[in-house]
Write a protein that binds this ligand. Structure first.
Ligand SMILES: [Zn+2]
Length: 205
């Protein structure tokens, strides 16, 4: 998960189905799904507090999140409906420090942990880990989304490390430097996102 600094409330009424509003959410979230971090054009707008339970929150700017279609399918519909099933909020909580992902190659399993010491957010951390486990590791779901996600992450990281290895070994570093740069810009990674990506990639290696 990545921390998001949401831009200021747009001028005028917010309608979450409006193309301009969707575009703003997309840019704020760096085109990355707020749960699995996948960069995707095939996104949906997610209501952090579900619209069926909180009709007043449907067009609340702070309630609009960028989500990939897979995660939207996996995410239980009743999440964030009472204090015991609320997850961390990327726009409020420091999710990048709170949630740690490691890829366990031997078990082909993504380990999701936290070293959070703050009891006030303990329940949220737990719920977030539970949801991410569903997204990355659930074996019993009818949709094969978890498998697609794992494969995509593995593929991307393998590709990235190949580039880095070639860069380290090569006499003509500029070629690989350019390829790495291109790959990163394709993934919409600015400096802060890049550092996070590398930290995650390092864990996954
Ligand atoms: Zn996702």
């Amino acid at each position: 998960m990545i921390n998001i600094i949401r831009s200021q409330h747009p001028i005028g009424e917010v309608d979450y189905q409006n193309e301009d509003i969707r575009e703003l959410v997309k840019n704020d979230f760096f085109k990355m799904c707020y749960l699995c971090e996948e960069v995707t054009r095939h996104f949906e707008i997610d209501h952090f507090y579900p619209q069926n339970y909180y009709p007043d929150e449907v067009n609340n700017w702070d309630n609009l999140f960028y989500i990939c279609q897979k995660c939207n399918k996996i995410k239980p519909k009743n999440i964030n409906t009472h204090s015991q099933n609320e997850i961390l909020n990327n726009c409020v909580d420091d999710v990048e420090s709170l949630i740690i992902l490691r890829y366990d190659q031997a078990r082909n399993h993504i380990e999701i942990t936290s070293d959070n010491q703050d009891r006030r957010i303990e329940a949220k951390v737990k719920q977030t880990i539970r949801l991410l486990n569903k997204i990355y590791n659930e074996q019993n779901t009818n949709s094969k989304s978890y498998k697609d996600l794992q494969d995509e992450i593995k593929k991307e990281i393998a590709y990235f490390f190949d580039l880095l290895d070639n860069y380290e070994k090569s006499e003509m570093k500029f070629i690989y430097k350019n390829q790495i740069k291109k790959r990163l810009s394709k993934k919409n990674l600015d400096e802060k996102k890049l550092i996070h990506f590398l930290q995650t990639a390092y864990h996954f290696r």
